[in-house]
Design a protein around this ligand. Structure first.
Ligand code: CAP
Ligand code: MG
Length: 418
């Protein structure tokens, strides 16, 4: 049949220290596991469906190689080594065009998932990584020993600027560190970006003076690239410290460019991952959140949503812990601060701290804005719950001294939203 896929399989091969190593889960369809893995290696490196008239010497050096193939569940775990020469220096977009491109559509695999990848130092050195990282964020906010708190003024869209500013004032005075726009809230007819940030940052400066605490705004600048560039400059002009970018919908190209823009403007990047579950959720097909988290750290975000395991959105605790470790453990780049968000409220804060520790941002939108006594009380209840969790005090014990926490527990108890 003139095929050469098995030329990309060498199960006795030991990868060199200078190769990109990728782990896939795959389910062969109509071909042997070796051929299915060989097709993945071929299509993601130099090959196509047939042998060719001529193969330049360079191409032979750049062939990817399947070096491990083991049964796993309904399919196989394949490990593939990619020579460094395949990859353009500093171009994360091109890396994913290769290791996460055409291969997902191949007929020879019924399912295919990119589970994890490793890069050599010679590849990593071409990327800036996070500008702030956890140490920079902790220094910026002046907060140690507890999770940072964030709140989205829910409903996620609908407040005008006056209303948004008033809610922000109550949240910040109630003890929330980071005001956060929602992922789909950018600049709308009734709440334009320019007016909102001008008013919010003036308020922020007043509240900082009033409380003596650092306050910041995770302002959503997600838009076409040139507009993101303009919005980031406006944020910097107003003395902002962060921007928020929906990194999946924006894409790696925009993210890498915005990392340069934000580096020049000294802005931290809060990465929202809206749309990730379109490809991370299915354990047999797509791209793992672990791989997306590593890519985000390489691209240089400072904070990244990674899930709660007990909130309203799908994720297993061990998987979230593994993702958080991939963000914070020693690597080529500064550590990235995980963000736990999605269905959180004061009644389940101790479990979040128990599972994920305090090197974290805890975002509660509905869990603060749904407090019966309003945003300020909701903010206080969240901080009271965090303080109790950090100091090993039970919520009930703390609630006996904190009316706002009592009211939150009366409404939600220890409910795990679904
Ligand atoms: C949470 C949230 C976040 C999700 C994103 C929302 O609001 O603002 O976008 O946490 O999911 O819009 O649902 P609530 P993840 O606090 O009201 O649930 O963090 O898993 O990426
Ligand atoms: Mg949201």
């Amino acid at each position: 049949m003139g095929e050469w896929y098995l030329d990309f399989v060498d199960l006795g091969y030991t990868p060199s220290a200078d190769e990109v190593l990728v782990e896939y889960y795959l389910e062969p369809r109509g071909v042997s596991p070796e051929e299915a893995a060989g097709r993945v290696a071929s299509e993601s490196s130099i090959g196509t469906w047939t042998t060719l008239w001529k193969l330049p010497e360079k191409a032979k050096e750049l062939m990817a190689r399947v070096y491990e193939l083991e049964r796993q569940g309904e399919g196989y775990r394949a490990k593939i080594a990619y020579p460094l020469g395949l990859w353009e220096e500093g171009n994360l977009v091109q890396l994913f065009s290769g290791i996460a491109g055409n291969i997902f559509g191949m007929k020879a695999v019924g399912n295919l998932r990119l589970e994890d990848f490793q890069i050599p130092a010679s590849y990593a050195e071409n990327f800036p990584g996070p500008g702030y990282g956890i140490p920079g964020i902790r220094k910026l906010m002046g907060v140690e020993g507890r999770p940072l708190t964030a709140t989205v003024p829910k409903p996620k869209i609908g407040w005008n600027v006056d209303e948004y500013v008033e809610i922000a004032r109550e949240l910040w005075l109630g003890g929330i560190d980071l005001l956060k726009d929602d992922e789909n809230f950018t600049s709308l007819s009734f709440n334009r970006f320019e007016e909102r940030i001008s008013r919010i940052y003036r308020l922020r400066d007043r509240v900082e003076q009033e409380t003596g605490e650092k306050k910041e705004y995770l302002v959503n600048i997600t838009a076409p690239f040139r507009e993101m560039e303009r919005r980031a400059a406006l944020v910097a002009d107003h003395g902002g410290g962060y921007v928020m970018i929906d990194i999946v919908v924006a894409g790696f190209s925009a993210l890498q460019s915005m990392r340069q823009v934000c580096g020049d403007l000294n802005l931290a990047i809060h990465a929202h991952r809206a749309m990730h579950a379109a490809f991370t959720r299915n354990s047999r097909h797509g791209i793992s959140m672990l791989a997306l988290a590593k890519a985000a750290r390489i691209a240089g975000v400072d904070q990244l949503h990674t899930g709660t395991a007990i909130g309203k959105l799908e994720a297993r605790a061990e998987e979230v812990r593994r993702i958080n470790r991939s963000l914070t453990q020693e690597w080529y780049f500064k550590p990235v601060l995980p963000v736990s968000s999605g269905g959180l409220h004061p009644g389940i804060v101790p479990e979040i701290v128990e599972m994920f520790g305090t090197e974290l941002v805890i975002q509660a939108g509905g869990g603060v804005m749904g407090h019966p006594q309003g945003p300020g009380a909701g903010a206080k209840a969240l901080r009271q719950a965090i303080d109790a969790a950090v100091h090993g005090e039970s919520l009930e014990e703390r609630a006996s001294k904190s009316a706002e926490l009592r009211a939150a527990l009366d409404k939600w108890g220890h409910l795990k939203p679904v």
